[in-house]
Design a protein around this ligand. Sequence first.
Ligand code: PMP
Length: 360
Amino acid sequence: MRKHIFYAGPATLPVEVLEELQAEIADYHGQGISMIETSHRSPMYDDVHSETTALFRELLAIPENYKVLMLGGGGTLQFAMLPMNLLTAGKTADYTLSGAWAKKAFADAKKVGQARPIWDGSGSQYNALPDPAAIKAPADSAYVHLTSNETIGGVQWKSFPATGDVPLVADMSSDFLSRPVDVADFGLIYAGAQKNVGPAGVTVVIIRDDLVEASPDNLPVYLSYRTHAEKDSLYNTPPVFSIYAVNKVLKWLKGKGGVEGIQKINTAKASVLYDVINKSGGFFSCPVDTSVRSDMNVVFRLPSEELEKEFIAGATERGMLGLKGHRSVGGCRASIYNSLPIESVKALADYMTEFKKTKG
Ligand code: PMP
């Protein structure tokens, strides 16, 4: 029996996609060769590569003046690549410190150039976010960075600051393509695939043309956005397996009604769990401010660490995996990305209710 997969990433994939990959893995469409054995310069792979870029464009209605890059290195490489390309001399990068991932991005920016916090959630233990209207980009800002969804803390921006002429940059690693966003509001968006759009290996960067142009000339070749923009992400060998699988997930997503369709499903899934938490009389508790609770990573605590251990062990016995909170914060976390069926969420909700009845 297939498990209920609540891992934070790599995460569950649509079973239809896995089955399609299985059917094609040794022989792609009767060509006597698989997609992962062919050259990344072959027409066979090129079709998948260009179709994947086109699917991203279609699903997010990406304007013409943006490039879609498919890179290696994860979200983590973007923590460094972003300031290397966009943090030009005499400017300062502004970071909203919303939690663990934002702080990592900020730490790398400070190694590259001048960076400062424009907002810091430490006062609320990173359980809240600012009013987007309160974020005003200073005149000397190179860009304003935010983490649209904090995978560990479970806070999610529900709307975004307007930063005027200063580019807004978002790490969307854990809520990419889970809801509509207006790409034109951003200068750059980046996201690893391994949560909402495919297996680990490929990281998507959506970047406005003028920012590609402004990137310095003296960067090592891989680290320059221009390198990848000029070669359609084929300067070097791209993560072909990942892109091939992402291609199928994107088609699956289209079948779900695209980002508008999946957002409805995601909100419904999240509210099933938050309802159980809210109605548990404090047995389950979510520390996150109700207005910014994540639809992707539902974090919650039980009355004691012993009960949390018991809860997670019981969940594992029932085929529910990945519910342990991140090692840095403890507690429980249910990651309920695009591909997780609502049946899995209902199974968890039923188990939570039953657990509370017997232990509460
Ligand atoms: N940003 C966020 C919000 C993340 O959740 C993660 C990974 N969990 C990263 C960045 C780092 O991504 P990667 O592991 O792909 O480098």
